[in-house]
Design a binder for this molecule. Structure first.
Ligand code: AMP
Length: 233
């Protein structure tokens, strides 16, 4: 286990902690929910195109901070490489800061957030979630999906060596995420089941949970996701 978080350390790293909460975004936002490797990033692109809502991926934000070498990014990297969740106060601070940007006023698409009940509770105080699209994929499919996942660093497009191969002209520049290996994925799945999966019930109780069968091809998942997005209009 990575050692417990330390508010002072994160605060020195410039993370906003315990700031006063108020609704930062008025229109309805969408939460894209599901285990690692469910295809959230792939489906997010189509949702952004259909709704015009910006995608807020906490994983992408953390990877950008890590690549930039910020103190927060370097602290988060330890958790990410261990396949553990980054502490709630860091994530909530990141989201609060991001929702203050002008493009977030008409609602956003959250991808990979919230991942714990405290994150969902904090979110409910600063934004209105109108729909939770839950891409459900059984554990048996996850490891193969994650280990074969590749990314085009120039476009952000996501591929899979078997299920969604990249065109030959981009094949040479594809990269693999450092945490997309068999060992880390087991920790990520364990974190999902113990800390994130309980959120399904939390959102079901609020009548927001919309399950999608993620154990089918990308286009078929996309069609179900598009139908779910339509219900928000
Ligand atoms: P992702 O790109 O969504 O798979 O996230 C990659 C890693 O970033 C996760 O395994 C966590 O270590 C961290 N992370 C991303 N989003 C969150 C979140 N909402 N809460 C806690 N940790 C997160």
């Amino acid at each position: 286990m990575v050692s417990k978080s330390n508010a002072g350390q994160w605060a020195r790293a410039g993370v906003l902690i315990g700031s006063s909460r108020f609704a930062l975004t008025m229109s309805q936002s969408i939460v894209l929910f599901g285990p690692p490797g469910a295809g959230k990033g792939t489906q997010a692109r189509a949702i952004v195109e259909a709704t015009g809502k910006p995608q807020i991926s906490t994983g992408d934000m953390l990877r950008a901070a890590t690549a930039a070498g910020t103190p927060m990014g370097l602290a988060a990297k330890v958790y990410m490489e261990a396949g553990e969740l980054v502490p709630d106060e860091v994530i909530i601070g990141l989201i609060e800061e991001r929702l203050r940007q002008s493009d977030a006023t008409d609602g956003v698409l959250f991808d990979g957030f919230p991942r714990t009940i405290p994150q969902a509770e904090a979110l409910s105080e600063i934004a209105t979630v109108g729909l939770v699209i839950a891409i459900e994929v059984p554990d048996r499919a996850i490891v193969e999906r994650i280990v074969g996942r590749r990314m085009d660093p120039e476009t952000g497009d996501i591929y899979h060596v078997t299920f969604n191969p990249a065109p030959p002209e981009v094949a040479d520049r594809l990269i693999q995420r450092k945490d997309d290996n068999e060992e880390t994925v087991l920790s990520r799945l364990a974190a999902y089941h113990s800390q994130t999966a309980p959120l399904a019930e939390w959102y079901r109780a609020r009548d927001l949970y919309t399950p999608i069968n993620g154990d089918q091809n990308i286009a078929a998942v996309g069609a179900e996701v598009a139908a779910a997005v339509e219900t928000l209009r």
